[in-house]
Design a protein around this ligand. Structure first.
Ligand SMILES: [Zn+2]
Length: 377
């Protein structure tokens, strides 16, 4: 099956490459804003927009007037224009708001370039990009497939990234004849029917604490600057701290993403049938004091990774109904105890006397229910 995969890596451009990246971002923004201006004017006068092809022809003319546009990747400029045309199309279809001018002060600065005539490639630990040549890459995993496009991005922390979209042919994975149930918990990130627990909150909690501390420091810096009558844009201590906080946020995000990728791949490799609760509804029922936004985001990201990987590799995901009382049933004898409050972490079945860990028992029930619904289908 042909699928599209996205990869994101840190890149380490040289000083010259950094300058060229900054120029390309600047030129892409210039092209976007200039044609957006024309587009807006035309729209006001005629009620209609321009077309990509007419603008594209004009861009060629524009390069004669502004010769510095020729210094940068021409495909990036075309992409910027295409992006504008697409935004306007969506706006006319009422799918989004009218496109807005891009600002130098936007949090994330980026440009996108497309593959043509093998202008992009991964060469060892480097990526070949148009005009830039080879850029050092922190390649945390192998890139498989044909590169379709690449987006070069500079984050507020001053770090550079590349996102690569590839098209690749994936083969179904070998069947393992194994099924598993997963309970997405509160104390543990995930609890599995085979008895093991995945706890990711040790590192996120530690990072969160640090993040909170640095964020408080940031507000103090903002106040100091205000008291001294310095504009935040010129307050060096504030700006330095702002970059630090952005870097921390990024690290938390990357670590979490990495963790979820590895975990989901592992599960898909080892099991044919994966039974899981239907999250959309679980979110509504959960006690909000306990639920942290961070786990909400991770859970839905985790489930979506499981879902697309299952599709790619020929595995099955079974979602269990919200009404299924996974934590009320004894997985050993089937006796239904009734609702248990969240403080009860373990209990003994009054009928078969089996002692249960609350979450492992729930995941075993989820597995049994998943297999049952699958057999009915
Ligand atoms: Zn029992």
């Amino acid at each position: 099956m042909l699928v599209k995969k996205a990869y994101k890596f840190c890149i380490y451009p040289s000083k010259e490459q950094e300058t060229l990246i900054a120029k390309t971002i600047g030129c892409s923004r210039f092209v976007f804003n200039r044609f957006l201006g024309q587009w807006n004017d035309t729209y006001k006068e005629t009620g209609k927009g321009l077309t990509y092809s007419s603008c594209s022809a004009e861009l060629t003319q524009l390069k004669k007037e502004f010769v510095w546009l020729k210094e940068v990747d021409s495909i990036a400029l075309q992409s910027s224009l295409k992006n504008l045309a697409d935004s306007y199309t969506r706006f006319f279809k009422k799918q989004n708001k009218a496109p807005r001018f891009k600002s130098k002060k936007n949090q994330v600065q980026s440009y996108t370039t497309k593959e043509t005539n093998s202008n992009m490639a991964i060469v060892d630990n480097k990526i070949k990009l148009p005009k830039l040549g080879l850029v050092r890459l922190a390649k945390s995993r192998e890139v498989e497939g044909r590169i379709l496009n690449a987006t070069v991005r500079r984050n507020p922390s001053g770090k550079f990234f590349v996102s690569i979209l590839v098209e690749t042919d994936v083969q179904p994975l070998k069947k393992t004849e194994s099924s598993i149930g997963i309970d997405l918990g509160i104390t543990d990130f995930a609890v599995f029917s085979d008895g093991h627990k995945m706890d990711n909150h040790t590192f996120t909690a530690k990072m969160e604490k640090k993040l909170k501390r640095e964020q408080r420091k940031l507000s103090r810096r903002a106040l100091q600057a205000k008291n001294k009558g310095i504009h935040l844009f010129d307050a060096q201590n504030y700006q330095k701290q702002k970059r630090k906080v952005a870097r921390l946020h990024e690290r938390v995000r990357n670590q979490r993403d990495d963790f979820l990728h590895k975990l989901s791949t592992d599960i898909i490799k080892n099991h044919d049938v994966i039974c899981i609760e239907d999250l959309n509804t679980k979110g509504m029922l959960r006690n909000h004091k306990l639920a942290k936004s961070i786990s909400d985001v991770s859970w839905s990201a985790f489930v979506s990774k499981l879902e697309y990987k299952a599709k790619w590799y020929g595995k099955t995901i079974v979602k269990i109904s919200r009404w299924f009382p996974s934590s009320q049933i004894c997985s050993e004898c089937g006796h239904q105890e009734g609702k248990k409050s969240l403080e009860i972490r373990d209990w003994t079945c009054p009928i078969c006397h089996k002692h249960h860990d609350r979450d492992i028992n729930a995941s075993q029930n989820i597995l049994a229910e998943g297999v049952r619904t699958l057999d009915l289908a």
